[in-house]
Design a protein around this ligand. Structure first.
Ligand code: ZN
Length: 334
C-alpha cells in the first residue's frame, strides 16, 4: 500500500476575520471522509460577534493540493438503478410533507441559489465542479461562466457539457471590473485560507447592483450541536474556516455592508444529507473495530432519523433562525 505524503503545516493562532486569539475547540481529528493524512485541531474565536472556527495548524499554501488528493469531485461514479428508484419514491412521498411545511419551497430557492427573483444576466459560479448549477441556470436564461481549481471537474464541464469554465483561483482568473450580474459561491469559502480577500474580489467583478451569494456550513447548527466533532461540516483538513450566521455577518461588515444592507439567514434545505453523514461518521467512530458490520436496518433507521431531524430543524427555524445546517449571505453591490 502506498503511504500518503505528510502535509506541511503552519500555525494559525489568530482569527482571520477579527484577529482575536483562538481557543481550542477540538483536537486530534482525522480525515475519515477522504483519508488525507495527519491529525488536526479546530480553534474557535471567543468573540461573541464573530465565533469563527478554523483549522490550526493549517496546511501550507503549497501543500493544499494534498488534502484534495482523494476528493469526491474526482469520482463521478453513477448511482445504482435501485438507489435511483428508492430516491424517486422518497422524493414523491416527501413532497406531501415538504410542501405544507414550506421546505419544498425553501429547497426550490436553494436550487436557484436565491437568484429566482432576479432578471437573468451574466453569472459566475465559483467552485462550479462539473457544472450542475451552471446547467440549471443556463436553462433559466442566464449566461453562465464557471471557475474551479479541480482539473478533472473543469475538463468534464468543458468537454462533456460544453460549459465556459476556467481552472484556478478567482484572483488568477483576472476578470475585468463589473463583469457579472451575479456571483455565487456554494460550499467554497470554508475551503479558502483568506475568505475576505476572495469576497472582495467577488465584489470587484460584480457590476453595481449585482448580487453576491454565499452558502456555507453553519457551525451553530442543530446538527453540530448533536454530533459535535463528527459533524459533516467540519471536514478537516479541507475546511480551513467554518462559519456561522454571526461570522458571516461579521464578514459582510468587514466588506463594508451594514446589517440593513445584507440578507443573511440559515436553512435546513441540505440538512438531510449533512445530518445523515454526520450520524454515519458518529456511528462509525463509536463502532470502533466493528467498522463494516453496520447493518442495512441500522442504516435505514439513521437515514429516517436524519429526515425527521431535517423537518424538526426546518420548523424550529421560525423560533431560532440561526440553527439551520447551512448559512446564507446575500449582498447587493452598491
Ligand atoms: Zn473572530
Amino acid at each position: 500500500m502506498k503511504t500518503e505524503p505528510q502535509i506541511l503545516t503552519e500555525e494559525k493562532p489568530l482569527c482571520t476575520l477579527c484577529s482575536e486569539r483562538g481557543e481550542l475547540l477540538y483536537s486530534k481529528l482525522s480525515d475519515s471522509l477522504f483519508g488525507a493524512p495527519g491529525q488536526w485541531n479546530l480553534f474557535k474565536c471567543p468573540r461573541s460577534n464573530c465565533g469563527l472556527i478554523w483549522l490550526n495548524p493549517a496546511p501550507q499554501a503549497a501543500e493544499l493540493h494534498k488534502v484534495y488528493a482523494n476528493y469526491y469531485t474526482h469520482d463521478v461514479g453513477s448511482e445504482s438503478l435501485a438507489r435511483k428508484g428508492v430516491k424517486l419514491v422518497y422524493n414523491g412521498l416527501s413532497m406531501l410533507i415538504q410542501w405544507p411545511i414550506g421546505l419544498a419551497q425553501a429547497r426550490k430557492r436553494m436550487q436557484y441559489l436565491y437568484l429566482d427573483d432576479k432578471f437573468s444576466g451574466r453569472l459566475l459560479d465559483i467552485g462550479c465542479g462539473d457544472g450542475v448549477y451552471m446547467r440549471f441556470m443556463a436553462g433559466k436564461g442566464w449566461k453562465v461562466e464557471g471557475l474551479d481549481f479541480d482539473e478533472q471537474a473543469v475538463r468534464r464541464a468543458r468537454n462533456v457539457y460544453r460549459l465556459n469554465v476556467k481552472q484556478g483561483t478567482l484572483e488568477e482568473a483576472r476578470y475585468p471590473d463589473h463583469s457579472f450580474d451575479a456571483v455565487t459561491l456554494r460550499h467554497v469559502i470554508e475551503h479558502l485560507a483568506d475568505p475576505l480577500k476572495t469576497l472582495r474580489e467577488c465584489l470587484r467583478v460584480l457590476r453595481p447592483g449585482g448580487t453576491l451569494v454565499v452558502v456555507t456550513p453553519n457551525s451553530e447548527s442543530l446538527g453540530h450541536g448533536l454530533t459535535h466533532e463528527y459533524w459533516r461540516g467540519l471536514e478537516v483538513p479541507r475546511h480551513l474556516n467554518i462559519f456561522s450566521l454571526t461570522s458571516l455577518r461579521r464578514c459582510a461588515r468587514e466588506l463594508g455592508f451594514t446589517e440593513t444592507m445584507q440578507n443573511s439567514f440559515t436553512t435546513a434545505t441540505g440538512a438531510d444529507f449533512i445530518l445523515d453523514e454526520s450520524l454515519a461518521l458518529q456511528a462509525r467512530s463509536q463502532a470502533g473495530n466493528l467498522q463494516g458490520v453496520e447493518k442495512k436496518t441500522l442504516h435505514f433507521q439513521r437515514t429516517l432519523r436524519a429526515i425527521l431531524l431535517q423537518y424538526k430543524e426546518h420548523l424550529s427555524l421560525r423560533r431560532d433562525p440561526s440553527i439551520g445546517e447551512e448559512a446564507v449571505l446575500i449582498l447587493q453591490k452598491r
